[in-house]
Design a protein around this ligand. Structure first.
Ligand SMILES: Cc1cc2nc3c(=O)[nH]c(=O)nc-3n(C[C@H](O)[C@H](O)[C@H](O)COP(=O)(O)OP(=O)(O)OC[C@H]3O[C@@H](n4cnc5c(N)ncnc54)[C@H](O)[C@@H]3O)c2cc1C
Length: 372
């Protein structure tokens, strides 16, 4: 049996980020069921950091994490939230929510939106007002994962791929499908959509996690369009976004379809919806879908990611429920995990951003959420 100080189940952005922080305090082993890290949600993200998503605690985690994404891990990328007449109240609410975390955002009118993002339909039947955030960050997901792997190895830790955990005994012996065994006094559950299943293996009460599928299609831009200057454009109605990337357009219908933990695949309906919304909000015609994928965004009942020891199992640490913001919150969540596992004080800057330990404590929202 191989011994470590910390065993982490899950080689996604959550598990790897925590691994690097914990490697300062002892030997870390990350057990990943797939043959490569980032095979599931972390390899399917559009990896952006912005304040237009999530609840106040998520925005606090986002704000705290921003400094980690200096170039080349992240680069400034303007973000445009646009509203038609019907969704103006949602744009106004969004402006107020984001104002607590940044003063960089300003209102833009239809003419300015058309200049920033020429294909957007504006005016009577289209977008009438928008919010422009010049401080959005496009993250390089591959580079971030590779950098974390390198840092972990340099600190003496290891990521073991092809190690699907199938049995867990307190406190804590873990066995894999192939029969390998590992022991550590602290077990970190960073298994993404499978985190409740890992808890079940360990006899720990679930959080009531809800994996939800999201779909992306990739289409060619109109001939001659200078998409390098286009913003990340999101509808205030939360039913569409478009992100220019590497000469093509990533488009999502912002679907949230309940799914089981699985190798998520795009559904034809959501693919068609993405194309239809693109043609609705812009004058771009979809002639070919070059590529498509889907991934799971896994939410806790109150949509705040959780980090903390399970109240019912000493040494079993939850790091789960990263939802649609697992990249942009990962540095903060990893630092929280480090502090809570090693007994260090709650990070002062997080308290200043209004985030308290109770908000990320696992199980706190379970009572109000009803049966899982
Ligand atoms: C389409 C899409 C767009 C997104 N866009 C953004 C964005 O712009 N910004 C942002 O911040 N976030 C975004 N997200 C969300 C982000 O990708 C997730 O929050 C994040 O990747 C979750 O990371 P994770 O490490 O918790 O999960 P995962 O990456 O899924 O990692 C969990 C790992 O646990 C492993 N595992 C499970 N069970 C076992 C087992 N029994 N034994 C061993 N290993 C196991 C799995 O194989 C998996 O690799 C997006 C997600 C999707 C799908």
């Amino acid at each position: 049996m191989e011994h470590a100080d910390f065993l982490i189940i899950g080689g996604g952005i959550a598990g790897l980020s925590a691994a690097v922080r914990l490697a300062r305090h002892g030997r870390v082993l990350v057990l990943e069921g797939e043959e490569a890290v980032g095979y599931h949600s972390s390899g399917r993200s559009v990896s952006f950091s912005h304040y237009g998503i999530g609840t106040a605690p998520v925005r606090a985690l986002t704000a705290y994490s921003r400094a980690t994404f200096a170039p080349p891990l992240g680069r400034l990328f303007p973000t445009l939230y646009f509203a038609d007449r019907d969704s103006l109240p949602r744009l106004e609410a969004l402006a107020q929510e984001m104002a607590g975390f940044t003063d960089a955002i300003r209102t833009v009118d239809a003419a300015e939106m058309a200049a920033l993002f020429p294909p957007l339909r504006t005016g009577q039947d289209g977008a009438v007002r928008g919010l422009l955030d010049p401080t959005g960050l496009k993250l390089d997901a591959d580079l971030i994962l590779q950098t974390l792997m390198r840092e972990l190895r340099a600190a003496g830790g290891a990521v073991l791929t092809g190690r699907r955990v199938t049995s867990i005994r307190p406190s804590w012996t873990v066995r894999t499908e192939a029969g390998e065994a590992y022991y550590a006094p602290v077990l970190v559950n960073a298994a993404g959509a499978w985190a409740d299943r890992i808890a079940a293996l360990a006899g720990v009460a679930p959080l009531g996690l809800e994996p939800k599928r999201r779909t992306i299609i990739v289409v060619d831009p109109p001939a001659g369009a200078r998409i390098e200057s286009w913003p990340f454009a999101l509808s205030a109605a939360r039913d569409f976004y478009l992100q220019p990337e590497a000469g093509r357009l990533l488009v999502s219908p912002v679907d949230e379809v309940a799914d089981d933990p699985c190798d998520a695949q795009p559904d034809e309906y959501d693919v068609a919806l993405a194309a239809e919304r693109l043609e609705h909000y812009t004058d771009i015609r979809v002639t070919r879908i070059a590529h498509r994928w889907a991934g799971l965004r896994t939410f806790t009942p109150d949509r705040v990611p959780k980090a903390g020891f399970a109240p019912d199992a000493p040494g079993f640490f939850w790091l789960a429920g990263q939802g649609g913001y697992g990249f942009q919150t990962a540095p903060a969540m990893a630092e929280i995990a480090e502090a809570l596992i090693t007994g260090a004080p709650w990070p002062k800057a997080l308290a200043e951003l209004g985030l308290a330990v109770e908000q990320v404590a696992p199980g706190r929202d379970r009572a109000s959420a009803g049966p899982a």
